[in-house]
Write a protein that binds this ligand. Structure first.
Ligand code: FAD
Length: 465
């Protein structure tokens, strides 16, 4: 209809940015409406973080069941019903997205289904299949997320798939070709390798996981190779030929052309912010040259009542970063002096072994002019790691020489994704290596590796010489 619906805080998108912003804004007393054009929970819950981790876990269990002879466990035949894996994975997704709906309703947030488009700086039109309705808002938080980049030579089809397609395959490919050795390519590639696929990863740079330190990404490359994955670096995929039964990918590798055959081709070459079909220009919201929305320290855009968070603003495209910004934006609207501080955003790869990093890496700390101490402690010297049969990896800690302030921590090893939280707290709280070393850690636990790394920084580790 022509009469606009008046709302206070309008949140566009219900991913880990949008739904968290909605809940926090409601908790702070705002009257909140969320609009979502797809499924509640966004990329993360539906086709990102959660289903990928479910598939990775299924891969681990299947692979480990047949590879535990060194612990005296052998299984005659491990079998896989992949449709059941998919069913279980989808069940996990539905439990969580249903949970988000319950949480929104429980916080009296109104949910509107449809696609929002800005008309001006206080109005959006929301369209669904049948109708169109105008909404006037006092404040708006834009959290529309991102989508896979589609390369002209690799249009998505049944067999040329994005991460979304790869998560939804009905069968484990016999052969899978992956373009892109970033974290999504590595995670999904290793999940399918563990489930029995013959996987080839084509990466353009000199190494997979280029954002991580060499020593860490090399551990992952080593494990992938052990599990039968072929990694081709400095490999530039040129074209794909598709038939009913598979794909043929041509790539140039160090100047030579090679062809790779597979049942499917997964293309993971980055994600594009959903800022192009929103009418942002009509609302006075400016973008930078990468198509990301410009924001200030409170996530406020160039239009003072409109905020932006998550994958559509600068910084790592990660769910926890979106949720963090969500809380800042919600608080800013309530007039609180919240400000973003990116010092301690963890980055994790759920590879084998897992990689995690928070704060400054050695190189960054040096570049920023810090006089640093670098301490390292291996998983192999920790009792819990031995009893988990997970002795690969290390914790590395970067501290400021003058006072031991923890500047950064990198972890390679099983459960690095959980272990990194302690490092986040340490950096967030301004703790020193001594603080960590004097904290009593349960024995036997992987957390002791962090404690001992701090002891290395102090020059007095107990369990290595
Ligand atoms: P999104 O989650 O993308 O949500 C945006 C929502 O807005 C969508 O639901 C969309 O439908 C909706 N929307 C868009 N436009 C409109 C409109 N005009 N009107 C109404 N609704 C609209 N991150 C991690 O931290 N850890 C991980 O392990 C991890 N794994 C990943 C694995 C994969 C395979 C992928 C693809 C991503 C992964 N990510 C991971 C990244 C993570 O999913 C994103 O960083 C996160 O979802 C971003 O949250 P967001 O709220 O900004 O946007």
């Amino acid at each position: 209809g022509d009469f606009p619906v008046e709302v206070d805080t309008l949140v566009i998108g219900s991913g880990p940015g949008g739904y968290v912003a909605a809940i926090r804004a409601a908790q702070l007393g705002q009257k909140v409406t969320v609009v979502e054009k797809g499924n509640l929970g966004g990329v993360c819950l539906n086709v990102g973080c959660i289903p990928s981790k479910a598939l990775i876990e299924a891969g681990h269990r299947f692979h480990d069941a047949g590879n535990s002879e060194d612990m005296g466990i052998s299984v005659d035949k491990v079998s896989l019903d992949f449709s059941k894996v998919q069913e279980w994975k989808q069940g996990v997704v539905e439990k969580l997205t249903g949970g988000v709906e319950g949480l929104l309703k429980g916080n009296s947030v109104d949910i509107v289904k449809g696609e929002a488009y800005f008309v001006d700086e206080e109005t959006v039109r929301i369209m669904d299949d049948k109708s169109s309705q105008t909404y006037k808002f006092k404040n708006c938080i834009v959290a529309t997320g991102s989508r896979p980049v589609e390369l002209p030579a690799f249009k998505y089809t049944e067999r040329v798939v994005s991460s979304t397609g790869a998560l939804g395959l009905k069968e484990v490919p016999e052969k899978l070709v992956v373009i892109g050795g970033g974290y999504i390519g590595v995670e999904l590639g290793s999940a399918y390798a563990n489930l029995g696929a013959e996987v080839t990863i084509l990466e353009g740079t000199k190494a997979i996981l280029p954002g991580f330190e060499k020593q860490m990404s090399q551990l992952v490359a080593k494990r992938l190779k052990k599990n039968g994955v072929t990694i081709k670096t400095e490999a530039f995929a040129q074209s794909v030929e598709e038939s009913d039964s598979g794909v043929k990918v041509k790539a140039e590798i160090k100047g030579k052309e090679e062809t790779f055959e597979g049942d499917y081709l997964l293309v993971t070459v980055g994600r594009k912010p959903n800022t192009d079909e929103l009418g942002l220009e009509q609302a006075g919201v400016e973008l930078d040259d990468k198509g990301l929305i410009k924001i200030d320290k409170q996530c406020r855009t160039t239009s003072s009542n409109i905020y932006a968070i998550g994958d559509i603003v600068a910084g790592p495209q990660l769910a926890h970063k979106a949720s963090y910004e969500a809380k800042v934006a919600a608080e800013a609207i309530s007039g609180e002096p919240a400000e973003i501080d990116y010092t301690a955003i963890p980055e994790v790869v759920f590879s084998g072994p897992e990689l995690a990093s928070v704060g400054l890496k050695e190189k960054e700390a040096k570049e920023q002019g810090y006089d640093i101490e670098v301490a390292k402690f291996p998983f192999a010297a920790n009792g819990r790691a031995l009893s988990l049969n997970a002795t690969e990896g290390f914790v590395k800690m970067i501290t400021r020489k003058e006072d031991g302030l923890v500047l950064g921590v990198q972890i390679a090893g099983e459960h690095a994704s959980d272990m990194i939280s302690e490092a986040c707290v340490a950096i967030e709280a301004g703790m020193t290596a001594e603080d960590l070393a004097l904290t009593i850690h349960a024995h036997p636990s992987l957390g002791e590796i962090t404690m001992e790394t701090a002891e290395v920084a102090l020059g007095m580790p107990i369990h290595i010489v």
